[in-house]
Design a protein around this ligand. Structure first.
Ligand code: 6OG
Length: 157
């Protein structure tokens, strides 16, 4: 199964909004807002829809910050591949609120709870929060991170 997904980090000054996922993939972990891109949607449209659904906020300016590939292997076989477009937004309408899916919480950029997040996040999120763009490929075997590579993308314009 190959799926196209999104991740969004809302930023307010030195703070970042994470959500505690209450169900689905990554339940019990902090992550950005996001989910699968539906047929007919662009990743930007999907991430705006997910922000509205998960925390009741409408991003009005998105900055594309990277592409991540997550390869999940089980018993040596590729089970799923997730292509995830990453965005940050400093401008949005509404106040983050809890939903069935997610509980939002602000963190200082220097105090991100990496020990309660996916193992890959500490490898690329600091770079994104530093204003840069990344490409990363991460191979998980039985949900443990086994191999990874992260490139810093050249800034154009
Ligand atoms: P739903 O299936 O809940 O969308 N996602 C990951 N995020 C991180 N940081 N690391 C991973 O490594 C991830 N795998 C998936 C993408 C799943 C959400 O979880 C993200 C989506 O925002 C394994 O609709």
């Amino acid at each position: 199964m190959i799926s196209l997904e999104t991740l969004l980090y809302l930023i307010q000054g030195e703070r970042v909004l994470l959500i505690l996922k209450k169900r689905g993939l990554g339940k019990g972990l902090f992550n950005g807002v996001g989910g699968k891109v539906k047929p007919g949607e662009t990743p930007e449209q999907a991430v705006v829809r997910e922000a509205e659904e998960e925390i009741g906020v409408k991003p009005i300016q998105l900055s594309w910050r990277g592409l991540l590939e997550f390869w999940n292997l089980e018993n040596g076989q590729v089970e799923s591949i997730h292509y995830v477009h990453v965005y940050v937004s400093e401008k949005y309408v509404g106040e983050p609120r809890e939903s069935d899916e997610a509980a939002p919480l602000w963190f200082e950029k220097g105090n991100i709870p990496y020990d309660r997040m996916w193992e890959d996040d500490r490898l690329w999120l600091p770079v994104v929060l530093d204003g840069k763009r990344v490409y990363g490929k991460f191979e998980f075997e039985d949900w443990k991170l086994r191999k990874w590579i992260v490139y810093l993308l050249q800034q154009t314009g």
